[in-house]
Design a protein around this ligand. Sequence first.
Ligand SMILES: Cc1cc2nc3c(=O)[nH]c(=O)nc-3n(C[C@H](O)[C@H](O)[C@H](O)COP(=O)(O)OP(=O)(O)OC[C@H]3O[C@@H](n4cnc5c(N)ncnc54)[C@H](O)[C@@H]3O)c2cc1C
Length: 506
Amino acid sequence: MTQSSTSGNDSSGSQAMRTSRRNFLRTGAALTLGLSFPSLQWLSSCTNLQDHVAPVWSQLAARLQGSLLLPGAGTFSERAAPWALQYATTLPQGIAQCRSEADVQTCIQWAQEHKIPLVARSGGHSYGGYSTTTGLMIDVSAMTAFSLDPSTGLLTVGGGARNKHIFEGCKDLGRAITHGRCLEVGVAGLVLGGGIGFDMRSHGYTCDWLRETRIVLADGRILTCNENENADLFWACRGAGGGNFGIHTSFTFETFPVGRITVFDIKWTERIAETFAAIQLLTQSAPDSLGIKVSIVAEKKLGDTVLTLSILGQLAGSVAELVALLTPIFTVQQPTETTIREEKYWDGQGIISDEGKPEYSHERSRFVKGQLPNDAIQFILSSLRAWPGTSRAATWKYFLLGGKIDAKTSTDMAFVHRGYSMLSSIELEWNPSDGSAVIAQNEQWLAQFHDQMEQYTTPYCYQNFIDPSQRGYLQAYYGKNLPQLQAIKRKYDPTNLFRYPQSIPV
Ligand SMILES: Cc1cc2nc3c(=O)[nH]c(=O)nc-3n(C[C@H](O)[C@H](O)[C@H](O)COP(=O)(O)OP(=O)(O)OC[C@H]3O[C@@H](n4cnc5c(N)ncnc54)[C@H](O)[C@@H]3O)c2cc1C
């Protein structure tokens, strides 16, 4: 029996369209007349509002099964806002809330007819705000249909599904894919740019589990891509990031069975250098069944910079096995906080997952080969201690790689990053109330820290931690696969319709 829900991918169309047209007519009028939101009440008593709305937008609204939101509509601001709030000032002229593949096709065709730039939005979690636009936002986030066939283990989700839909849908069936831990991150962005998670060492990246995807191209064609059909595009879609070739409307994954796991969240505030060295030593020889993120967080407390070291993750094993594994670290330093729990797989994910609420932040990544030497550890700690400070935090972290990730080669698919020990990154968070001078000083600190780390890392960066400040980003994200990606881009999107500041050029 297949577990499925099609609620998101339909079209309960007519109701949506009626609502949509009502909203559209009101808000479109507000937009055209330059009126503020409270004026809508007055407007709603007017007749012939259509006359005030640019006819091209009316045409789009009329052709959609989903709704079209224009500035001023009740949920416009909420839907327009990206996760990375520093990009929230870039507002679209309209948001098409697509309900079907046909809606996506309509939007792509309409935007080209009217020379309006477009962008796809799924979970909205692009670090660079690259699912924002001043044109048409093609929002597929309502396309969340989910089906999982236990007899084949094949899972198909709509192009707008988020991690939370994978959590909810897979929970009772005891199966999983490698997924992220933030509930609102889109499966589209995650898998198209690789996809890291605590299962990657035992099972590979998210993109390693993709078996098929459907995509709407610039010329309106809808292609099924898998190892046999449109295999070159299928190769490119697994790692070349979202927003480069077309708009994906569904993803089919092979899944793996899951049982019980032990999850952990452990913190240290004393002897950070020694404890970190012990953690690194252990992680370099850990079994593939261990998924772990190691973080050192800097925060300001009463003017001083305070560092906290933590490990978060899961072991496919018992509490006793985890404790035995971690004992060499506990021998160096006892933790200040310890959570260790054995749970059914998806209950365990509930403990180590995060909602991923919107914030102001900038994250910069580097893949690492081998162990970080002692002077690198000292450099990381002294850089964190020299953090100028915001009202939030700064974090250096790494996700342990290896294991099944390296069962594939760097040319098997576009995702090139194989053979590394860690994905490291530095994350800076702030609030606007910190002031522009403080934020600029912090950005400068981040730039220097990131640049100087290169002596200890590779020059390669994770495309899903997309970074508007990264120099030589195409090479950093795609390495030796870049020429092939450009050839595929020229074949499937010759007019470069799908573009953003760091997209693959034709
Ligand atoms: C809080 C947080 C937690 C994260 N955790 C993880 C993690 O655990 N593992 C990990 O690997 N990464 C993680 N990331 C990074 C994440 O994978 C990327 O930011 C990803 O691009 C987000 O996808 P999205 O669909 O949410 O974003 P969006 O902003 O909607 O899209 C990202 C890009 O893909 C394009 N796009 C969106 N939908 C489609 C579509 N249907 N077809 C074609 N292109 C599309 C957009 O135009 C944009 O260029 C995290 C990011 C954040 C902010």
